[in-house]
Write a protein that binds this ligand. Structure first.
Ligand code: G3H
Ligand code: 13P
Ligand code: ZN
Length: 332
């Protein structure tokens, strides 16, 4: 495969973004994408809310969309932003990279940032693998996110039944030994739309499930040990109840779907958390919209008639998140 630097594509790494977010007490949104409609929604939503952003791609998404096409999609996004005369900048990021080879391949095909997720390995192996990626990435001015602690739920192909909180005693050593630019931590968030079992939640009088609170005490302990260091929160979708209800109203069957309350995400965004990952909420927004179109117009078969409204709903969600939850709107 031909080699490309992200600089030729007009992208940026995350270094300056995170420095500004830390100072300004907001978080950069990292939206996952696999297809054109998601890309349009993310780009137009961030242009309209004047927000820096991170476009992130899992290894599954890279296989789905095709690595070469992805590079052109990122270039297309840069061209769209320029055509709109917008100052918005974005990074193209590998989400949950699991091998050195994958991280290297992404860097050589134009990614400006990579995550190497060695959190499922023993500590020393996590350090070794992360260090190996950092050395290659930094030689190409690409930023690296590492992870300590394990989130419950699905991290790409790896399923963890229980979360293992990040141990604050490890973070300083990990950051020093690996040279990472940011660190994903586990303080009680989880991937997917069913983040908690009903037995882990309390119920309000009207039957709404309230999840266990995030462990801000662990985050504060981490902040004390590595002050000013960029922290990343994965599994941070709110699992917007309106979308879950709409999906179920129009034939879906999402049971016990519960996410992270927005108030907790606002609190995290004001702290040293500089990057907040959102994938599930976008999936829910699109699915809710598509189900409604199909239920109300069973004769419809033009993809633009259902993918178009799904894209519009996702764009609306992105503007809302940037403005009302992460605080990144207006920061470009
Ligand atoms: O953390 C995982 C992301 O939501 C990506 O999910 O591996 O299904 O593309 P995926
Ligand atoms: P959600 O499943 O909560 O959207 O988390 C996405 C994520 O962390 C991607 O890495
Ligand atoms: Zn994740």
């Amino acid at each position: 495969m031909e080699k490309f630097s992200y600089k030729e594509l007009g992208l940026v790494n995350t270094r300056e973004m995170f420095a500004k977010a830390m100072k300004g007490r907001y978080a950069i949104p990292a939206y996952n994408f696999n297809n054109m409609e998601q890309l349009q929604a993310i780009v137009y939503g961030c242009i309209e809310s004047n927000s820096p952003f991170i476009l992130q791609v899992s290894s599954g998404a890279r296989k789905y969309a095709d690595a070469t096409l992805l590079r052109y999609m990122a270039m297309g996004a840069v061209a769209m932003i320029r055509a709109a005369k917008s100052p918005v900048k974005f990074a193209l990021h590998l989400d949950h990279g699991d091998t050195f080879e994958l991280a290297k391949s992404c860097i050589e095909s134009g990614f400006s940032s990579v995550m190497i997720d060695g959190s499922h390995h023993p500590y020393e192996e996590n350090v070794r693998l992360t260090r190996q990626v950092v050395e290659f990435a930094h030689a190409n001015d690409v930023s690296v996110e590492g992870e300590l602690g394990v989130l419950a739920g699905i991290e790409d192909d790896v399923v963890a039944a229980k979360s293992v909180y990040t141990q604050p005693e490890q973070v300083e050593d990990f950051v020093k030994k690996t040279g990472v630019d940011s660190l994903a931590i586990s303080i009680g968030t989880s991937h997917g739309a069913t983040k908690f079992k009903p037995s882990q939640c309390t119920k309000t009088a009207n039957g709404v499930l309230v999840p266990p609170p995030l462990r801000f005490d662990i985050l504060e302990e981490i902040e004390k040990r590595i002050p000013g260091f960029a922290i990343v929160l994965h599994g941070a979708s709110s699992v917007v109840p309106e979308y879950v209800n709409q999906i179920n109203e129009f034939g879906g069957k999402l049971e016990d779907a519960v996410g992270i309350p927005e108030e907790e995400l606002r609190r995290a965004a004001r702290s040293s958390v500089c990057k907040i990952n959102i994938d599930s909420d976008g999936r829910l927004a699109m699915t809710a919209s598509i189900r409604k179109v199909f239920a109300q117009n069973p004769k419809e078969f033009d993809p633009r008639k259902y993918l178009g409204p799904a894209r519009d709903e996702l764009k609306k969600l992105i503007i809302y998140k940037n403005k009302e939850v992460l605080g990144s709107a207006g920061q470009s």
